[in-house]
Design a protein around this ligand. Structure first.
Ligand code: MLT
Length: 399
């Protein structure tokens, strides 16, 4: 008889954002005349930039002619895209090699799939609150997870503790869900901890494009010593509005080499290459052409203009929190605003109140871990008018 992976019994019945979508859909069906404003899942609303669209059209035309048609591409991504990502890193002061960059359909898949590379007896350290993908994918594999508290006291930026021994560490900065950002010294402390303990840091930098402060690091690979212990995941979802178009990349430095139990060596870069060539057939050529347009200097200007639009919404939300004296983090170097639930409410109850009373959707902090129980996340990924209306409605809760 086939035996199923019973580790699935240990995860929640449904994924956080699926649960929210279900509750919102049920509400909309029951209240068809109410206008719901969605500031829940971090899904972009602006259309793709004109240079991306031009590149996509050009690639579609190439696919229509025998001379330029493309079949299977390299599983790791086309050289034109890997090189343009390498140049993007270089412009930001970080040297990576093209064969350390693996193009994928996004950071969510890669942060989950990377678990294939690690033995199940590794101890995994995650912050709490945390993006649920890191936790759920490791539970699916039966790994032990330990949590480090992200609280208002430490600015939601937990630091290494020499008494805690972890093998795999997930960090996300700018953080989802709290919007907090590690500075260089803090990331250096993490890199030193990982190198000292032989650990690997899985660094999610999906929100790097929101970093406005030039003193804050956008890549952990800019930190000395990181290339022997850090894998970096990034995505065009938030950088250039690719949530539906799907394209991301993972940088696996060749310097990450670990001893095997028989005294040999394994390179993580080699393993990831082996995994991707076996289990993945690459991102569609058309999409990669669109992605390459983002990494040109002009493409980045277009992307920055989109990000600036979301920044204005973030400012509007954080100004509202200031006005109402609600404590929050994020909103400056991040698209997320993370705040204490008003009226001492539990976050799922506050979610229901927001939906029922003012028809604004957010994300309950409890979905990100126990330290989120009394917190709530709003996203700036909507248009200005809706964000403004949502904040006007939000203020009515306090009257
Ligand atoms: C979020 O809302 O946390 C993100 O959009 C989810 C994701 O990127 O998968």
């Amino acid at each position: 008889m086939a035996k199923l992976n019973e580790n699935y019994l240990n995860i929640k019945q449904s994924y956080l954002f699926s649960e929210i979508a279900k509750r919102v859909n049920d509400f909309c069906e029951a209240n068809p005349n109410k206008k719901v404003i969605r500031l829940g899942i971090g899904d972009v609303t602006l259309p793709l930039g004109s240079l991306v669209i031009k590149a996509l059209h050009g690639a579609v035309d190439e696919m229509s002619k025998a001379e330029t048609f493309k079949g299977y591409g390299p599983e790791q991504g086309y050289d034109f895209l890997r090189n343009s990502i390498k140049d993007y890193y270089k412009r930001n002061g970080v040297e990576v090699e093209a064969d350390e960059i693996f193009v994928s359909d996004g950071a969510k898949s890669d942060t989950g799939n990377i678990t294939d590379m690690f033995s199940t007896d590794n101890v995994v350290l995650v912050p709490d609150p945390v993006y649920p993908v890191y936790v759920d994918t490791n539970i699916m594999n039966g790994r032990k997870i330990i949590y480090m508290d992200g609280t208002a006291e430490n600015g939601f930026l937990p630091m290494p503790d020499e008494n805690v021994k972890a093998d795999i560490i997930y960090l996300c900065s700018p953080n989802n869900p709290t919007g907090a950002v590690y500075n260089k010294e803090q990331l250096k402390a993490w890199v030193d901890y990982a190198n000292k303990n032989g650990a690997i840091i899985l660094f999610d930098s999906a929100y790097e494009c929101f970093v406005a402060d030039p003193e804050l690091p956008r890549s952990i690979l800019s930190i000395e010593g990181a290339k022997t212990c850090c894998v970096e995941f990034c995505s065009l979802s938030k950088t250039a509005g690719f949530t539906g178009t799907r394209c991301g990349y993972t940088v696996v430095p060749k310097a990450i080499v670990k001893k095997t139990s028989d005294g040999g060596e394994l390179s993580l870069n080699h393993m990831w290459n082996r995994r991707q060539t076996t289990k993945f057939n690459g991102v569609p050529y058309i999409i990669q052409k669109g992605a390459a347009a983002v990494f040109t200097v002009e493409g980045m200007e277009e992307a920055k203009a989109m990000i600036d639009t979301y920044r204005k919404n973030a400012k509007l939300i954080s100004d509202t929190m200031d006005e109402l004296d609600v404590k929050y983090t994020g909103g400056i170097n991040s698209p997320y605003i993370w705040f204490e639930c008003p009226f001492n409410m539990y976050s799922w109850n506050f979610f229901d109140k927001m939906l029922n009373d003012i028809q604004v959707v957010g994300t309950p902090g409890a979905g990100f871990g126990k330290n989120g129980d009394n917190y709530f996340r709003l996203t700036s990924f909507n248009n200005y008018e809706n964000t403004k209306e949502a904040m006007e409605r939000f203020k009515t809760l306090f009257k």
